[in-house]
Design a protein around this ligand. Structure first.
Ligand SMILES: Nc1ncnc2c1ncn2[C@@H]1O[C@H](COP(=O)(O)OP(=O)(O)O)[C@@H](O)[C@H]1O
Ligand SMILES: O=C(CO)[C@H](O)[C@H](O)COP(=O)(O)O
Length: 491
C-alpha cells in the first residue's frame, strides 16, 4: 500500500499551476512522491504582448489532475491540499463570476497572465512616482506585477470590467478561495506582487499616488484585507462544492498558497546535501540559490537581513522561507525562448521527424546531435562566432528594462540541422550568462552564493544544467567552488 509501514498512510495533495500546464502530486507523510499527473491549459494572445487565461479552465484542469492522483487510495487518509500558481491576475465580479480583461468582452478570458506586457505606460508612470514601496521591488516596478495591470484595467476597461469588479486575486489566492470560500490572501503573493509589506501592511499613499485610491476607500476589500502566511490552514477546509469538483472529501485542510517559483524554491533550497561534496555543505542556507526554470527562470536567494539589489525584486520578508528575506532575480522567458528559437527555425520539421523516428524528445535529439558535431572539442566551443542576447521579452533582472529586445549575431545563409543545434546551444548559453549576471548583481549587493539548486521543466535538460554550471562556475571565484544541483520538485 502506498505510504505505509505499520502506521496508516497519510496523504497530501499538491497542485502546481505553471504557465503551460497544471500538475498534481500525491505525497505521503515523508514527502515521498506516490503519484503525478499533468494537464495542459489554454492561453490566448489576442494582441501582441496581451496574454490571457481562464480561471474556469484552470480550475477544471486542477480537478482533472487531482482526481487522477488520488485514484485507488483511501480518500479518508488525505490530510491536506495546497496550491501554488503563477502570479497572474484573476478578475471576478461581486458575485465571484469571471469578468473580461479584454476589449472583445470575452469573460471566459478573465486572467491577465504574469508575462503580459500591456501596461507599459502605466508602469512608467508608477516608476516616475519614485514612491518608497519601489525600494522593495529592486527600485523599479516590473510591468509583470499587479499594480500596473490594475491601473490598465481602470483606464481601458472601465465599464466592462473595472466598475463591475468585486475581487482581484493573484492566481494562487484565487485557487485557495475556490477550494475553501475564504478570500484571505497569502502573504507570499501580496508581498511579492502587490506592494504589501509584511511589517507595515498596505501603504495608502502609494495607491492614492498612482490613481487607484478606490482600494483605500473600501479598505482593500477587493485586493485583500486579510493576509495569512503561506501554509496557514484556511477556514473550514475544502467546501462541499469544491470537494465534489476535485473528487475529495469535504473538510480536508487547505493551506494558504504560494507563487509557483516560491513553492519550487522552498522545495529545493533546504535540500539535505550531506555526502555529495557540495560547496554549500555545512554552510548557511543563505549560500544557496534556487533557480526555478520553466517558461521563465526565477532566482531565489535568501538572507537574514534585508539586502537591496538594484534590478532584483525584493527584499521580501517571509515570502518564501519564514523569517528570512527573499531576493528574486528573474528572466521572463527562458523555456519559452528556447522553444521559440527551435520551433521557428527552418530545420524544425526535420528535427521533429528525426526525433520522432528515434522516439526521443527534440531536446534529447539536439543534445546528442551537438555531441556528434562537436568532435573532439568541448561543446561550448561550437558557438565561438554565434551569439544570442536573450532579452526577447525585455530584461527582468538585473537591468529591469522591459524595452530591451533579443539579438542574434553571427548568422550564415545555411539553415540546416547543424545550424539549428548551434543556435539552440547559443540560446541556452545566453540564458546561463543571464543567470550569472543576476548572481553577480546579488553578490555585489551582499549575497554570498556557492551553489545553485535547479528545478522545473528545464532542469530535465542536461545541457541546460551543464551550461549553468560551466558559465556560473568561473564567476570571479575558485572554479571548484561553484556547483549546480538538480532537484526536480516540479514539472
Ligand atoms: N525533458 C525536457 N528537456 C528539455 N526541456 C524540457 C523538458 N521538459 C520540459 N522542458 C521545457 O521546460 C519548459 C516548461 O517547464 P515547466 O516547468 O513545465 O513550465 P511552466 O511551469 O512554466 O508551465 C518548456 O520550455 C519545455 O520545453
Ligand atoms: O513571476 C513569477 C514568479 O515570481 C511567475 O509566476 C513566473 O515567472 C512564471 O513561472 P513559470 O515560468 O514557472 O511558469
Amino acid at each position: 500500500m502506498p505510504g505505509g509501514d505499520q502506521e496508516p498512510g497519510r496523504y497530501y495533495v499538491g497542485v502546481d499551476v505553471g504557465t503551460g500546464s497544471v500538475r498534481a502530486a500525491l505525497v505521503d507523510q515523508r514527502g515521498t512522491l506516490l503519484a503525478f499527473a499533468d494537464q495542459a491549459i489554454n492561453k490566448w494572445e489576442p494582441q501582441f504582448n496581451h496574454h490571457e487565461q481562464s480561471s474556469e479552465d484552470i480550475w477544471a484542469a486542477c480537478c482533472i489532475v487531482t482526481k487522477k492522483v488520488v485514484q485507488g487510495i483511501n480518500l479518508n487518509q488525505i490530510r491536506g491540499l495546497g496550491f501554488d500558481a503563477t502570479c497572474s491576475l484573476v478578475v471576478l465580479d461581486k458575485q465571484f463570476r469571471p469578468l473580461p480583461v479584454n476589449h472583445e468582452g470575452d469573460s471566459h478570458r478573465n486572467i491577465i497572465m504574469w508575462l503580459d506586457h500591456r501596461a507599459v505606460s502605466q508602469v512608467h508612470r508608477i516608476n516616475n512616482t519614485k514612491h518608497s514601496v519601489l525600494q522593495y521591488v529592486g527600485g523599479v516596478m516590473s510591468v509583470e506585477m499587479q499594480a500596473p495591470k490594475l491601473l490598465w484595467l481602470k483606464e481601458n476597461l472601465r465599464e466592462t470590467c473595472w466598475d463591475k469588479a468585486g475581487h482581484f486575486f493573484d492566481l494562487p489566492d484565487f485557487l485557495s478561495w475556490k477550494a475553501t470560500g475564504v478570500t484571505a490572501r497569502s502573504l507570499c503573493s501580496l508581498v511579492c506582487k502587490w506592494t504589501y509589506s509584511a511589517e507595515k501592511g498596505w501603504d495608502d499613499s502609494f495607491w492614492k499616488m498612482i490613481g487607484l485610491e478606490d482600494f483605500v476607500s473600501d479598505n482593500y476589500s477587493k485586493i485583500g484585507n486579510q493576509v495569512l502566511p503561506p501554509g496557514a490552514s484556511l477556514g473550514n477546509g475544502l467546501t462541499p462544492e469544491a470537494a465534489r469538483d476535485l473528487g475529495l472529501p469535504a473538510g480536508i485542510a487547505v493551506s494558504a498558497s504560494l507563487i509557483d517559483a516560491h513553492a519550487g524554491g522552498l522545495g529545493v533550497i533546504g535540500t539535505d546535501v550531506r555526502g555529495h561534496g557540495l560547496a554549500c555543505e555545512g554552510q548557511p542556507v543563505t549560500s544557496r540559490l534556487a533557480v526555478i526554470c520553466g517558461t521563465s527562470s526565477c532566482h531565489m536567494g535568501i538572507s537574514k537581513d534585508p539586502i537591496f539589489v538594484p534590478g532584483v525584486w525584493g527584499p521580501y520578508f517571509s515570502a518564501m522561507v519564514p523569517g528570512f528575506w527573499l531576493n528574486e532575480g528573474g528572466q521572463s522567458v527562458t523555456g519559452k525562448l528556447i522553444d521559440h528559437m527551435v520551433q521557428g527555425h527552418a530545420a524544425f520539421p526535420e528535427l521533429q521527424a528525426k526525433a520522432t523516428a528515434r522516439c526521443q524528445s527534440i531536446y534529447a535529439y539536439l543534445n546528442s546531435h551537438l555531441d556528434l558535431i562537436k568532435k573532439a572539442q568541448p561543446v561550448g566551443f561550437l558557438t565561438v562566432d554565434l551569439h544570442v542576447w536573450p532579452d526577447f521579452h525585455g530584461n527582468r533582472s538585473p537591468l529591469a528594462d522591459l524595452t530591451l529586445k533579443g539579438m542574434v549575431t553571427g548568422l550564415k545563409l545555411s539553415q540546416d540541422l547543424d545550424d539549428l543545434a548551434i543556435l539552440y546551444l547559443a540560446t541556452v548559453q545566453a540564458i546561463a550568462f543571464g543567470t550569472r549576471f543576476i548572481i553577480e548583481a546579488m553578490e555585489a549587493a551582499g549575497h554570498s552564493i556557492s551553489t545553485l539548486f535547479l528545478c522545473g521543466g528545464l532542469s530535465k535538460n542536461p545541457l541546460f544544467v551543464q551550461m549553468h554550471a560551466d558559465i556560473t562556475g568561473g564567476h570571479g571565484k575558485n572554479e571548484q567552488s561553484w556547483e549546480s544541483c538538480v532537484s526536480q520538485t516540479r514539472g
